[in-house]
Design a protein around this ligand. Sequence first.
Ligand code: ADP
Ligand code: MG
Length: 333
Amino acid sequence: DHLINQIAAGEVVERPASVVKELIENSLDADCARLEIDVERGGIKRLRVRDDGRGIPRDQLALALARHATSKLVDLADLEAVQTLGFRGEALPSIAAVSRLTLTSRARSDLDAADDSAWEIAVTPDGRLDGPRPAAHPPGTSVEVRDLFFNTPARRKFLRTEQTEFEHIDQVVRRLALARPDVAFELRHNGRLVHQLPATDGRPGSRRARLDRLLGAGFAEQSLEIDVSALDLRLHGWVRRPAFARSQPDQQFFYVNGRLIRDRLITHAIRQAFSDFLHQARHPGYVLFLELPPHLVDVNVHPSKHEVRFRESRQVHDFIRHALKRRLAQGIL
Ligand code: ADP
Ligand code: MG
């Protein structure tokens, strides 16, 4: 089983940043309000994600580390309507198979059968579980991952410098923090505070402050806010004003039902909207969110989950193109 998990880890765990992504997604799925991400030496030596989410009761700690044990899908029909970021039950066992992992949690007493203390469980290098044993932890969960790929030297060889690995982690945190302004994020590298992002409070100014912190001062001011709905589709977010629409490939973020995706259909629709309006090709920055009923989109295409498949792809394309084009034409409003 340990071996199977190590093989599966090849799909899920490419580098420290993929670990951080999976752990943050689990925290978001657990309805946390704040997240602390602590990274040492590019995440290769050690990384830890701590949340204040609903926690894991003692008797489910071992299960959380078992393969294909997810608490998120009730039956197969649910696959049509996945609302959570994770649903395969693969991440924790896969990460544990290629690192030294410790899971510490305290179930939020108002939701689960009140656990009166926190519990910790670790995975030994040969794949056995050690614990649960009592621990100290506020309500919520911490996952600590040390010595990534210590037992898979071939994989370890593919890691880049600590600085490069950290940059990948930073990118993952930015993507998720853009999508979840309602959650506070803190990121530290080697003890140094890299991001401190308070949760937004619903006022537009606080939402803009997060955008500017993540994408550079002036992003919000140089962008048009958009929020358009038609039928089952809603497109909202920010797109660079034409006057500031240069080539900004590092500022292009598109989310479908909260998940960041890369999709040629979408890129094409956005580019089309700009060239309809400006009569020249542009690749401007944007942070856009498309919301649609889960049954109209298949997120189950690839484990890395950057791809999606739309049931009505033409309709989605045209909706985005026309919504953006109209917004660009309205300008300052
Ligand atoms: P998945 O996210 O696909 O369900 P994972 O392997 O990522 O699978 O996690 C396994 C299970 O562990 C989750 O279904 C969830 O029940 C539990 N879990 C993991 N991380 C957390 C967390 N931060 N807070 C609460 N529960 C968690
Ligand atoms: Mg998960």
